[in-house]
Ligand binder design. Sequence first.
Ligand SMILES: *Cc1c(COP(=O)(O)O)cnc(C)c1O
Length: 398
Amino acid sequence: MLQSVEEIENSLMARVYQKLPIQVVKGKGALIWDDKGNEYIDCMGGYGVAIVGHCHPKVVKAVMKQAKRLMVCHCSLYNDVRTELLLKLNKITPNGLSVSYLCNSGAEANEAAIKLAIKHSGKRGIIAMTGSYHGKTFGALSATWDAKYRKSFEPLLSGFKFAKFGDLESLKKQITDDVAAVIIEPVQGESGIHIPPQNYLKKVKEVTKEMNVLLIADEVQSGFGRTGKVWACQHYNVTPDILCSAKGLGGGLPIGVMVSKQEIASSFKVGDHTSTFGGNPLSCAAASAAIDVLIEEKLPERADKLGNYFIKRLNELKMRHKIVRDVRGLGLMIGVELRFEVKNIILNGLKRGVLFLYAGRNVLRFLPPLVITKEQIDKVVEVLDSLLGEEERRRGLA
Ligand SMILES: *Cc1c(COP(=O)(O)O)cnc(C)c1O
């Protein structure tokens, strides 16, 4: 007989997730609680989903109201709540990107972008970046760099090539006549928080424009206020041709969006790309409320200010701990690279009331809700300070 929640999930659910040994039952702002009542500061944020905080009252209210009114409405019918979201998206997306395709996840938004680029250009080639992550469906996976995700499923889609992230010459060499688009994360997340050289994205935009190739910005992780501006592209004054968002956009509910310029969007004809759940009223109501919260609570500004503070405090830890190799980040998208694997730090963090996230074996990744407080950041730094010390002693480094 299966009894515990752990046993049931481990046996009745596809074992495709690296599990941590806690059962989370409640969340509020930047805090979550397990079934035993233990409290954690959530630096994982559902892998960057909980941008406006767990169970934000405005999102909860909007979802409850909409749940009672209408939950199912296919996009072949018009809907007031969806319209409201489209207008709000139009206000926060970069100028010129006005046409949205609504879907349910980050990978789906990228699939739509890849298909649109192919349809619009009549070409098949896509250039992605070394270290990229775009999701695990076949198209998105074909644009994803890491061999550990790709290997078992090759051959993937043909026509995908990789340029070295941050290296303009490498990109120029890859842009041949058959290339439809370049897809890039303005700040790379999954591969360990990598920020490109200051002028790089601007140059990528110039090169793609010159070569008549579309630029797709995958802002699924870096977008929606995370890096200190609504979109990470805005740090570099770059407007992509197509922008993808998901994760935090729904205030916790599943939603993704691909936005593009009108003249590109019009290459999609009726039936070219659709989704049964895409644009459903419940997710739309949640995203609508999440956008209001993002603007009203000035969360991008908050991410900028608190991110700088967090990075400054983490750099102090780097000075004190040999085990820390590098600290890097933009807003509240932060990576701390260690000289050893981060597994122990994460497991021991749980015992000290902090939920950390990893990116690869050696990087601690911080994607907390943007409503996290300075005091909560101080607590995280204090816990990490002592965990790093313990790890150093264990490894005979201190
Ligand atoms: C998480 C992520 C995705 C995939 O999103 P899913 O919702 O898991 O499909 C795609 N791109 C980036 C940059 C991401 O961080």
